[in-house]
Write a protein that binds this ligand. Structure first.
Ligand code: T3D
Length: 263
């Protein structure tokens, strides 16, 4: 059987590819386990400075494999979704959001259900023109999960998020861009080169600083201004102690480009 998650590192860029193209990369348990492991490895390995997440074939990810879900509950009629979410998707989403390195979602095709949540959990989203985003849950009598209720309204606002969740309609990449759901739309055949170009820029950046930026935004999303000011001061203390900050200061004063080592 083909491996459901492919990883390839070039320089500081780790590309993780969801690899079940015959099902548009619908998620199975082995895929979720391997994706979680790849994210853990990306966190542990200091040579990884940026992650690109994409899908093999014509799909990004249409969420949970509905055949596998049906099998899980076929005898009892209890699909055990809550337990399954807590043990799989929730861990993946938290790991993505807490990864102290940027994740670029290169959305090459349909991103639906929990697959759309995974795209939303990336730090940047670049989509191919033919990609579509679908809050598919309602179409199968479920509710948005894997962080969709938290992530989507923050990106596009409550009004639009609710409409997409209630209707489950397909949103084109262009409309997603106009809504502020994604950062960029590019011709299909330029998706990976565009994602690589963005990744190369981020791979040369001050990686620790990027990690702290992610933490600061995540914290601020659920805290008051006063608490966020305090947290920013803590993060700035930590950023100020990094070698990359020293290099940034020196480079500025010497009027030369900085050479960040991610330390
Ligand atoms: O388990 C838990 O813990 C609960 C968690 C739930 C999280 C969820 O993600 S629930 C939501 C699950 N996802 C969906 O309901 C989406 C279902 N798929 C679609 O709506 C459409 O396939 C797409 C909009 C994604 C793409 O449409 P289109 O027209 O481009 O492709 P297609 O022809 O519908 O699909 C192509 C193939 O992929 C097809 O297989 P076939 O007929 O060629 O053998 C289709 O059945 C398969 N496929 C697509 N999505 C899934 C899937 N197979 C299994 N599970 C899927 N989710």
């Amino acid at each position: 059987m083909d491996t459901p998650i492919l990883t390839e590192q070039q320089g500081g860029i780790l590309t993780i590819t969801l690899n079940r193209p015959e099902k548009l990369n619908a998620m199975t348990d082995p895929m979720l386990e391997e994706l979680l492991e790849a994210l853990k490895q990306a966190e542990r390995d200091p040579s990884v400075r940026v992650v690109i997440l994409t899908g093999a074939g014509r799909g990004f990810c249409p969420g949970q494999d509905l055949g596998a879900a049906k099998e899980r509950g076929s005898e009892t009629g209890d699909y055990g979704y809550g337990k399954h979410l807590r043990e799989t998707y929730n861990l993946v989403i938290l790991r993505m959001r807490r990864l102290p390195k940027p994740i670029i979602g290169a959305v090459n095709g349909p991103a639906a259900g929990a697959g759309m949540s995974i795209a939303l959990a990336c730090d940047m989203r670049i989509a191919a023109e033919s990609a579509v985003f679908v809050q598919a849950f309602v179409k199968v009598g479920l509710v948005p999960d894997s962080g969709a209720t938290w992530l989507l309204p923050r990106l596009i606002g409550q009004t639009r998020a609710l409409e997409l969740m209630l209707t489950g309609r397909r949103v084109s990449a262009q409309e997603a861009l106009e809504m502020g759901m994604i950062h960029q739309v590019v011709p299909d055949d330029q998706l990976m080169s565009c994602a690589q170009a963005v990744a190369q820029t981020l791979a040369k950046a001050a990686t620790k600083s990027i990690g702290y930026i992610k933490r600061g935004l995540e914290f601020a999303a659920t805290h008051t201004l006063e608490e966020s000011l305090e947290y920013e001061a803590d993060l700035q203390d930590m950023a100020g102690r990094t070698a990359d900050h020293r290099e940034g200061l020196t480079a500025f004063l010497e009027k030369r480009p900085p050479h960040y080592q991610g330390e």
